[in-house]
Ligand binder design. Structure first.
Ligand code: 5RP
Length: 230
């Protein structure tokens, strides 16, 4: 079974949690897109959901496949969000933002009663940090913000390097018009401490650590999909 098949398997298991009439947050990334494809089939079969997308990319796919959408302002409270992750640990702390949508993903997750993470088993780790942590920053004073991030990491004994995310020759710009710093800190033993440090920096808009947000993870391996509960 290849990686795509595992993503489809996790997405299919998540679909079983979607009920008629739900207000549904819809994640971003290749795993979330498998979910959107399966959801669209159900919608064509009569399932009624109101979807709130976490990115322009997801919105385009939903509209292409006929999944009707609302904005988070129209539907500020959601029943369930289904989204992928770049890494997750056994406590369901996540690293997200590999697809550059972490800010909207976090706002949508925070507005949701339940968040289900879907992933193939390569994403499940003992300790977070092999995947560089995406940090969304305001373009104004980006160098000063990067220096503050380095100092904050050093206070926690984290080293590593920061790199500005690019798209071709240009700096990558998020849906909100911000930049992304990918921070290769290595192992992150205390995600809550790092989160607090990063939130104390004015130029940091948001970071990709999702703590106490996911209620369930569906992890697909070659043999079966298993669940982890928060
Ligand atoms: C986007 C995300 C994605 O959920 C994360 O990058 C996982 O993507 P994929 O399913 O393609 O591995 O956080 O900002």
């Amino acid at each position: 079974m290849d990686a795509r098949e595992m993503k489809v398997k996790a997405a299919a298991a998540a679909l079983a949690h979607v009920e008629d009439g739900m207000r549904l947050g819809i994640g971003t990334g290749s795993t979330a897109e498998e979910f959107v494809r399966l959801l669209a089939e159900k919608v064509h079969g009569g399932l009624r959901v109101q979807g709130v997308p976490t990115s322009e990319r997801t919105a385009r796919l939903c509209l292409e496949l006929g999944v009707s959408l609302k904005s988070l302002d129209e539907l500020p409270e959601l029943d369930l969000t289904i989204d992928g992750a770049d890494e997750l640990d056994g406590n369901l702390t996540l690293i997200k933002g590999g697809g550059g949508a972490l800010l909207r993903e976090k706002i949508v997750a925070a507005a949701s009663e339940r968040v289900i993470v879907i992933a193939d088993e390569s994403k499940l780790v003992e300790t977070l940090g092999a995947f560089p942590l995406p940090i969304e920053i305001n373009p104004f004073g980006q160098m000063a913000t990067r220096i503050s991030i380095e100092k904050a990491a050093a206070r926690l004994g984290l080293g590593g390097s920061l790199s500005m995310r690019k798209s071709g020759d240009e700096l990558f710009t998020t849906d909100g018009g911000h930049y992304i710093v990918d921070a290769s800190f290595g192992r992150i033993p205390d995600a809550e401490a790092l989160s607090a440090e990063l939130h104390s920096i004015p130029g940091v808009v948001e970071h990709g650590l999702f703590i106490h947000m996911a209620s369930l993870a569906i992890i697909a391996g070659p043999a079966r999909a298993r669940t982890l509960q928060a």
